[in-house]
Design a protein around this ligand. Structure first.
Ligand code: HPA
Length: 235
């Protein structure tokens, strides 16, 4: 199989790929949720695996942090390795008081302060959105399982630490639910290629209350998120 600057596959890559930020999280997901998982990538320790979930092939690979990182992996996965359904699974910080720690957030759309979209030379401002088909499926199953879920706009920020003290307020004022650092790049890369993408998150901290999650409870909410994400491979 051919290789790219960042992926040197030693096993097949499935059309559906889950993208946690942390490569060790990808390893954990492969070992915990997939059957017959084989490692396909180790370049820069960005571990990737392919296995099956209820008989359907699924891959999982770290995306790294930030729009530049997830977007270069998404680009190579789509254009060189045939991925058509990219599912970011990660954590986010709540920007609204209605969004509680451990809730699940699905990014209907992703705002950003990144210049990533400039490359497309769009004569206006493009709104990066998730695949309605994937969002709809996640929401339907979350409702059936009584899982608290928020669907709406999120912020994919280029800054984890922002020097502007009013930065969060401006996004809060527009009803943006939560902040993370990748989805706008993933959504734009997928849209430009005509493939499906969605971002599903658990709330790991609140920028409203300053609370953060503890490790034990984080594991439970992680499981909830994974149980919503994995069946997307079977759509
Ligand atoms: N900011 C940015 N990204 C994040 C956060 C946050 O507070 N929490 C989880 N991912």
């Amino acid at each position: 199989m051919r290789s790219t600057p960042h992926i040197n596959p030693t096993a097949p890559i499935a059309p559906t790929i889950l993208l946690p930020g942390d490569p060790l999280r990808a390893k954990f997901i492969a070992e915990t949720y997939l059957e017959d998982a084989q490692q396909f990538n180790a370049v820069r320790n960005m571990l990737g695996y392919t296995g099956t979930y209820r008989g359907t092939p699924v891959s999982v690979m770290g995306s790294g942090m930030g729009i530049p990182s997830i977007s270069l992996y998404a680009h190579e996965l789509i254009h060189e390795f045939g991925c058509t359904r990219l599912v970011r699974v990660g954590t986010c910080g709540a920007l609204q008081s209605s969004v509680n720690l451990y809730d699940v957030v699905v990014a209907q759309a992703a705002c950003s302060n990144s210049a990533f979209l400039d490359q497309y030379q769009i004569p206006g401002s493009y709104a990066p959105i998730g695949s309605f088909r994937l969002i709809d499926d996640v929401v339907r199953r979350a409702r059936e399982a009584d899982v608290p879920i928020h669907v709406g706009n999120i912020l994919s920020s280029d800054t984890f630490y922002n020097a502007n003290p009013t930065f969060n307020e401006a996004w809060q004022r527009m009803g943006v639910l939560a902040v993370e650092m990748e989805s706008a790049g993933l959504y734009a890369t997928a849209a430009h290629a005509g493939v499906e993408a969605v971002g599903i998150f658990t709330v790991s901290d609140s920028l409203v209350t300053g609370e953060a999650t503890d490790a034990q409870a984080r594991q439970t909410s992680f499981t909830t998120m994974m149980e919503l994400a994995l069946p997307l491979a079977q759509l």
